[in-house]
Every structure is written in C-alpha cells, then in structure tokens.
Design a binder for this molecule. Sequence first.
Ligand SMILES: Nc1ncnc2c1ncn2[C@@H]1O[C@H](COP(=O)(O)OP(=O)(O)O)[C@@H](O)[C@H]1O
Ligand SMILES: [Mg+2]
Length: 265
Amino acid sequence: MQPLANITPLKPAGAIEVRNVGQIFKTTTQDVVALEDVSLDVKPGRFVVLVGPSGCGKSTLLMMIAGLRQQTSGTITISGAPIPEPDPNRVGVVFQEASLFPWLTAEENVEFPLALRGVTKNDRRARAQDALQLVGLDGFGKRHPHELSGGMKQRVSIARGLVQDPPVLLMDEPFAALDEQTRMTMGDELLRIWAATGKTVVFVTHSLTEAVYLADEVIVMSPRPGRIVDHLQVSLPRPRTYEMLSGDAFGSLRDRIWRHIRKSA
Ligand SMILES: Nc1ncnc2c1ncn2[C@@H]1O[C@H](COP(=O)(O)OP(=O)(O)O)[C@@H](O)[C@H]1O
Ligand SMILES: [Mg+2]
C-alpha cells in the first residue's frame, strides 16, 4: 500500500486561492506599494467581480492570477498549484481592448494561442469553430477585425480566451470601450456562456450596475495600496433580468459598494 502521507490533497479545477499577496513596484524614484495583504478564495464556477478606484491594483491582481506577473509576497494557486507563468490550459484572459491582430481573420486570431503551442491545423480550426460558435459568431470566422463591430471583436477575444477550455477566465474591463446598449447585451451573453461552461470568472469593472448585475460575489478594493475592504454576496436569482436593475435588493447592493468607493474618491 502507498503511504497516504505522500498524497497531496487535490484542489478542484477552477479554484483560486490568493493568500496575503502584496505587490511592490520598484521605480527609479520610489517603491510603489500597489497591493497589500490581499487574500481571496474563489470557489470553482463562481462569478466574482472586482471593483475599486482607478489605480488600486485590480489589473495587477489579475495579472498575478494569470501568471503574467509574480507577486512580491504571499502565494497564489489555481486549481491547487502555483502559476509561475501564463498557462492557457488553466487560465484564459480577456482585456479591455480586444487586442486582435488586424492582419489575421477572426478564426486565426482565436487559433493563435493553439498555434503557439503546436496544435495541428485541423485540430486548431475545429476548436476555434467551437469557441466562435459558443460566443455567437458562427459564420464570422473569415472576417478580419476591421469588418467586425466593437461587440463582435470583444466576442472574438472571449473566444480566444476560451479556446483551450481553461477552468478559469479572467476579464479586465472587457466591455469598457463598448456603448451602453452593446455592453448590456454582452453582459447577458457572457452570463449565458458562463452558465453553459461552468467556468470560474473573475471580472473587473468600473460600473457598479454591471458588477451587481453579473456577480455572485463583489469584492471591493481600497485606493492604493489596494486592500479588500468589502466582500458582498449577491443573492439575486438567475437568470438576471433588466427589471431587477430597478429593484430594492439591487439598489441596496449598489449603494453599499458606492459608499466604499465614494469615501475614496
Ligand atoms: N509596471 C509598473 N511599474 C510601476 N508602477 C506600476 C506598474 N504597474 C502598475 N503600477 C502602479 O500600481 C498601481 C496599480 O495599478 P493597476 O493595477 O493598473 O490599477 P487598476 O487596474 O486598479 O486601475 C497604480 O498606482 C499604478 O500606477
Ligand atoms: Mg486596470
């Protein structure tokens, strides 16, 4: 028999653990403490939204969870293991600007991370088709970015984040550049994709309405150095509806977040 003591307990895929994490940027003139003692547990399949004033370290935190930057102190694990470098099989990332290559078609953009990892052409194409279908872009694969609307470009970028089917999707203000109406539609689309795939999502936004509308949980951060000052459970039923926006439950959650943000404005 194997001695049980040698078996490492496995964390479920998609769990995110952030423990006492700090980030200090060393510049030529001074040390900038961007984040201080941030701890956070995200259970698999949860939709968590991060809000906080500009410069409080939201993007920095996301970059660290993505393995794009290493923390100065503390530990981060994804599905139970540290993330010393980006790993698209564990974490997909979507940024504010769709950041697509203009000379590649939509499907080539989605395939790009797979091409980097040496996946064969046929396999790449099949997976890109699936991802494009998931985001509602069936039939648009041959278009170039300039032939797509802002919302469609952001869908391509979500498809690229999902193409390796990672259990975790990180989104940094993905809809900030879109007009209000497209933004609402994209929010509903994202909730549909999330419900269909069961991903863990960590989503950054400046919009308090968007935060409450999308989230299971909202994490509120203080001005720099960023710390977590509140953690709200949003127990509104799903699917979320437009009518909920004017309800009392919605309003009191949004007010509670606003009171934190206002203090720091
Ligand atoms: N590479 C860097 N070098 C120095 N300071 C940085 C760097 N990246 C971010 N910062 C600083 O760290 C703080 C947090 O930045 P960021 O994570 O982008 O905030 P947010 O996304 O919440 O607006 C800001 O004060 C920013 O100026
Ligand atoms: Mg940011």
